[in-house]
Design a binder for this molecule. Structure first.
Ligand SMILES: [Zn+2]
Length: 222
């Protein structure tokens, strides 16, 4: 695994649920009335708990950042976003590798119901039947299945314009407008905050070392 830092975060782990929660979902999805609208319309306590659990686990896994643009999620709650849209892939509605947290702008304004498998009929058919795979020809970069460092490059610093040598990277950049001024500004702001935090951590660390050395010198002097 590469440790090279890139703007985009790779999400390694999908949510996990208990056996009881799984059987509840099985029951719900087997219902004759179950549709993509059920995601919002089922308002039972059990479903609310499941959705909250999904949210919290993903928030932790994604370090509070949007899976698509990488910026910190400022407005909560963020969207629990279906990578392959639930309107077209009903059987993937509760698949742990099809849900990420996304900022509202990326999900509602930019991605909408974009279908990354639209051009790949066979893979689309398999995914529609409920089978999800990392091997499909996703047209756009996939937060679970694709390593960011293989698809994104930065000009100068991490906040500068993103480039890509791969079709998936280019599609992702275009879809989420990652080269736009707005996106660059957001990244710059976040990069500055991270840099400041790192400097403060380093300062604290140096102070601890100094204190330890002083203590040792004091002992040596006696
Ligand atoms: Zn976003």
């Amino acid at each position: 695994m590469s440790t090279k830092w890139t703007w985009q975060i790779r999400v390694y782990k999908g949510f996990s649920l208990s056996a009881a929660e799984h059987s509840y979902i099985k029951e719900v999805t087997a219902d004759a009335d179950f549709s993509h609208l059920s995601w919002d319309s089922i308002q039972t306590n059990a479903m609310k708990r499941i959705k909250k659990k999904i949210y919290n686990q993903l928030k932790h896994e994604q370090k509070g950042r949007c899976a698509y643009c990488g910026t910190p999620i400022m407005r909560e709650p963020a969207d629990r976003e279906h990578i392959l849209p639930k309107e077209k892939y009903l059987k993937l509605m509760f698949n742990p590798y099809n849900i990420v947290l996304s900022c509202i702008n990326c999900n509602r304004n930019l991605k909408g119901r974009y279908d990354s498998l639209a051009q790949h009929i066979n893979h689309k058919r398999m995914a529609t039947s409920g089978c999800l795979s990392a091997r499909y020809n996703y047209e756009s970069w996939h937060p679970f299945f694709h390593a960011p460092e293989e698809h994104f490059k930065y000009s100068g610093s991490v906040s500068k314009i993103i480039k890509s040598d791969t079709p998936q990277g280019n599609k992702h950049i275009a879809l989420f407008r990652l080269s736009s001024l707005k996106s660059i500004e957001e990244r710059t702001e976040f990069a500055l905050i991270m840099e400041k935090r790192q400097k403060n951590r380093l300062k604290r660390f140096m102070r601890t070392i100094d204190a330890a050395l002083d203590f040792r010198n004091d002992l040596g002097g006696k």
